[in-house]
Design a protein around this ligand. Structure first.
Ligand SMILES: *Cc1c(COP(=O)(O)O)cnc(C)c1O
Length: 461
């Protein structure tokens, strides 16, 4: 077993062999671009962006080994050797028995939800994720949030904000009966809570309880290695365990998984479904042909499966995760040094700035997070994303939801930006912070019917 000790700074365990040149813009150019984009960072052209923190999904830099593996892609329609390499990597690092590739995470969610959920079923989980919940609902299920209360509190510094509150699950089992619960949906490093981990102890207790009730645990393992890093850093008994071992142990406490390989696994596209149950696998193998492609490619090219196989191995490397999360933490500490209000503890994949605290003179109807994201872009060309009232949308009666959290997400792609970029981001946030009192809010002038945050347009008040 490796003894993990990170004596020094989080510096990258790689060096650069190729770079992607960026267009540098002036402030007047950015003011014009932002106006044309209706003050919505989703509507900017990426060539006008200097540092792109919109998402960590599919925006990772692949390694020389992954690019080399691309050339080994076996593009056979059936029985591609690239599939068998990807399957072997998943079995080796995650321990699941059966594997079905899909074009990305939501493809796996679609198939698994259709197989396991019957109309009227209950699906408890540690906070919702947009596509995951939607597929559970489309299959006729209803999602119930059983995460601990601290996860919904921006100020709580609980080290494992991704934990399940078992008493909330017990209430559901008592009320509806275990037969109505096809599985508990558990995300590692909970995205919507700000990249917050679940502890091994909590998952073990959940596993014991679910076994006693005959309920499966399905693992949304999109960021499992980042979760493992936090366990190594924070949980007693895991200080000396390798991320590789921790990842395998996490997976062993669950019965199946869906994964978006676009995050942890360091590729630009891809995903898969995994299960330990033969019958579930047989059904998934039938269904994948309808929605994705044959069960040995699932909508992916052979080269994509090669890159995933290599990426999974790289993602569980201790020094990779130390640098990955270390960089995010570095940015968070720089921001805190400037007095900028952020969600704590610092999460695994980005910094979440509290826009209500940043722009307290704006009401939530004046879109503080949307405003702050626009100001960040105008100041420095840094593109971030709103996670507040615009993202929350409207209820069935057409009234706005008023979410407790009004956040701007600074998501960090893996292996893409340098520490100097992190400094620029923090300096720019500080510049905007210093003139925050002069910042005016926005009004919405165009609102699409579905998922409005992607395409809504705004004007300055
Ligand atoms: C991105 C994501 C998904 C969906 O995956 P896609 O590859 O975008 O379809 C599911 N769950 C979580 C936690 C994610 O972050």
């Amino acid at each position: 077993m490796t003894k993990v000790s990170y004596k020094r700074s989080w510096a990258e365990p790689y060096r650069m062999k190729m770079v992607e040149l960026l267009k540098m813009t002036t402030r007047p150019q950015r003011v014009k671009a932002m106006k044309e984009a209706g003050f919505n960072t989703f509507l900017l052209r990426s060539e006008d962006v200097y540092i792109d923190l919109l998402t960590d999904s599919g925006t990772n830099a692949m390694s020389d080994r992954q690019w080399s593996a691309f050339m080994l892609g076996d593009e056979a329609y059936a029985g591609s050797s690239s599939f068998y390499r990807m399957e072997a990597a998943i079995q080796k690092y995650y321990g699941y028995k059966y594997v079905i590739p899909t074009h990305q995470g939501r493809g796996a969610e679609n198939i698994l939800s259709k197989i396991l959920i019957k109309p009227g079923d209950i699906v408890p989980g540690n906070m919702y994720f947009t596509t995951t919940r939607l597929h559970q609902e489309l299959a006729g299920g209803k999602f119930y949030d059983i995460i601990i209360d601290e996860a919904h509190d921006a100020l709580s510094e609980h080290p494992f904000k991704g934990n399940v509150d078992l008493s909330k699950l017990e209430v559901l089992v008592k009320k509806y009966g275990a037969k109505k619960i096809p599985y508990v949906s558990i995300a590692t490093n909970v995205n919507m809570a700000g990249g917050q981990p679940i502890s091994m102890q909590n998952l073990r207790e959940l596993h014991t309880y679910c076994q006693s009730q005959g309920i499966r645990i399905i693992h949304d393992m999109t960021r499992v290695a980042e979760n493992a890093y936090f366990i190594q850093q924070r949980e007693k008994g895991y200080e000396k365990k390798s991320i590789k071992d921790i990842v395998k142990e996490l997976c062993s406490l669950t019965d199946g998984a869906t994964m978006s390989a676009k995050k942890d696994a360091l590729v630009n596209i891809g995903g898969f479904l995994a299960t330990n149950e033969r019958e579930v696998y047989e059904e998934a193998r039938n269904m994948v042909v309808v929605y994705e492609g044959l069960h040995t490619y699932g909508g992916l090219a052979g080269r994509d499966m090669e890159a995933i196989a290599v990426g999974i191995g790289e993602s569980v490397d201790d020094y990779h995760q130390h640098a990955r999360v270390g960089q995010v933490e570095y940015l968070g500490h720089q921001m805190m040094n400037y007095g900028i209000p952020i969600v704590k503890p610092i999460g695994g994949h980005g910094i979440f700035v509290d826009a209500k605290a940043f722009l307290p003179h704006l009401t939530q109807d004046q879109f503080p997070a949307q405003t702050l994201a626009a100001e960040m872009y105008i100041d420095s060309g840094v593109r971030t994303m709103e996670r507040g009232i615009v993202s929350a949308g409207r209820n069935e009666k057409g009234e706005n939801y008023y979410p407790k959290l009004e956040l701007v997400r600074f998501t960090i792609p893996r292996r893409v930006y340098t520490q100097a970029h992190m400094d620029v981001i923090a300096e720019s946030a500080a510049t905007v912070f210093n003139r925050r009192k002069k910042i005016k809010g926005l009004k919405m002038v165009y609102e699409p019917k579905y998922l409005r945050f992607f395409q809504a347009r705004f004007e300055r008040l």
